[in-house]
Design a protein around this ligand. Structure first.
Ligand SMILES: [Cu+2]
Length: 76
């Protein structure tokens, strides 16, 4: 959800354990359900996850959530 007037930030993580498009969709879905996250793109081949968000985003919780939905390991 985009909130007007709130500064946007970009965070890049590496997610280990992603191997197909289903992983990509699952993880992007988890990101999109996180408050304060405006967009996310995961390249499942490299595991590079680009998250655009604002200061309201709880990235700690997001990281936990990603590791909970599959055999993934997030490194910052
Ligand atoms: Cu997969």
């Amino acid at each position: 959800m985009k909130e007007r007037g709130i500064k946007q930030m970009k965070t890049i993580w590496t997610v280990k354990g992603t191997h197909c498009n289903a992983c990509k969709m699952l993880i992007e879905d988890v990101c999109s359900e996180t408050k304060g996250v405006t967009s996310s793109t995961l390249d499942f081949k490299s595991g590079k996850l680009v998250i655009e968000h604002n200061a309201n985003a709880d990235l700690k919780a997001l990281k936990k959530e990603i590791e909970k939905v599959g055999a993934y390991k997030v490194s910052e």
